[in-house]
Design a protein around this ligand. Structure first.
Ligand code: ATP
Length: 352
């Protein structure tokens, strides 16, 4: 059911390009004022979905309901959406002010109001002194801010962004993620951003929509997707989980890594499972400290500053482990270690 707070309802949208099924039956309710990230690997249909929302593509089936009204027949320029693409599509030889005012001018907003709005937005993006500079004379980060300001100038009903930060270097990208989130909250604008970067999606989203091969695998708050992934694909895509073969042994016990462990599972005895365990949820102890735990050998170690990343070889299974530096004291490549996994931090999926 569409609630009052639903701003955009993507209602059973599918899209075929000839034989290619780019989207299958997407059903999403996007809340007013929320920041939604469409996340997934290359070719999963993220851009196609955004382009359908923008009106640059038409859905093969399904409806787009904005505030309860079907917008299928509304052309892109009449939808009143603000857009930022990876290419930014700024006018390089126009001044910053004219770029930001562009959408306002098209809408017949008076010159005075245009100037006021440009000034206000330049303050918001913390670039108050560059109104007269040509865009071609700006740095990458400055251009990014101008593109965002131009999209927000028209007070868009929806703010749509397709990989807007992917051309920036890592540090600038990090800063821009924070700025983008703050701007979105300040304006309270419903925002949909496409990215293939799980870290970016976790940083920005109120709701994360994970897509694979044109279908939604999970849509929920980032913490829910991280802690309770819907399937092994989501677990692996978000934060590189270890996917370990496991089997249900008897009444609530599973076998994995050559030992048994008590876990709450509804799967019947004999079911083949995959256990998804995040690198930071594996604890290492000296091999002699415990009798029943799986034993492995450290094959790789890398000090990352605040933490250490390890690969531990357990009977041919290579586990990624992340420890605090204190937990790794005394360990080195070749050390034998006992593996401890907190069963409450493990997600179990049917191997089928
Ligand atoms: P990327 O992260 O690489 O941009 P994406 O998740 O945004 O990928 P889309 O660009 O939406 O994926 O493409 C989804 C599928 O639809 C792909 O198989 C793609 O090849 C196909 N596709 C997209 N646009 C067209 C088109 N105009 N004609 C034919 N096939 C298309």
């Amino acid at each position: 059911m569409t609630t009052q707070n639903t701003h955009l309802h993507i209602d059973g949208v599918s899209k075929n390009f000839g034989d290619v099924k780019a989207l299958s039956d997407i059903d999403l309710k996007i809340e007013r004022g929320s920041f939604v990230c469409l996340l997934g690997p290359s070719g999963c249909g993220k851009t196609t979905l955004l382009r359908i929302i923008a009106g640059f593509e038409t859905a093969s089936t399904g409806r787009l309901m904005l505030d309860g009204s079907d917008i299928a027949q509304t052309p892109p320029h009449k939808r009143g959406f603000g857009m930022v693409f990876q290419s930014l599509a700024l006018f390089p030889h126009m001044s910053v002010a004219r770029n930001i005012a562009y959408g306002l001018k098209l809408r017949g907003v008076s010159g005075k109001e245009q100037r006021n709005r440009v000034e206000e937005l330049l303050n918001v993006i913390q670039l108050p002194l560059i109104a007269d500079r040509p865009v071609s004379a700006l740095s990458g980060g400055q251009r990014q801010r101008v593109a965002i300001a131009r999209a927000l100038a028209i007070q868009p009903k929806l703010f749509l962004l397709d990989e807007p930060l992917s051309a920036l270097d890592a540090k600038l990208r990090d800063n821009m993620q924070i700025e983008l989130r703050q701007l979105q909250q300040k304006f309270g604008v419903t925002t949909i951003l496409v990215t293939h970067d799980q870290h970016e999606a976790m940083m920005l989203a109120d709701e994360l929509v994970v897509l694979k091969e044109g279908a939604v695998r999970q849509a929920a708050a980032p913490s829910v997707v991280y802690q309770q992934p819907a399937d092994s694909f989501v677990a692996d895509f978000l934060g590189a989980a270890n996917l370990i073969d496991a089997g249900v042994y008897k009444g609530g016990e599973i076998q994995f890594l050559g030992t048994t462990s008590k876990v709450a599972t509804h799967h019947p005895q004999g079911t083949r499972l995959q256990a998804a365990v995040r690198a930071e949820h594996i604890k290492l102890q000296p091999a002699h400290a415990t009798q029943h735990a799986p034993i492995g050998t450290i094959a790789f170690m890398r000090d990352l500053g605040p933490s250490t990343e390890l690969i531990v070889d357990v009977n041919g299974e290579r586990l990624r482990v992340r420890c605090t530096n204190a937990e790794c004291q005394g360990l080195e490549i070749g050390s034998q270690v006992a593996i401890a996994v907190d069963p409450t931090q493990m997600s179990l999926f049917s191997a089928a």
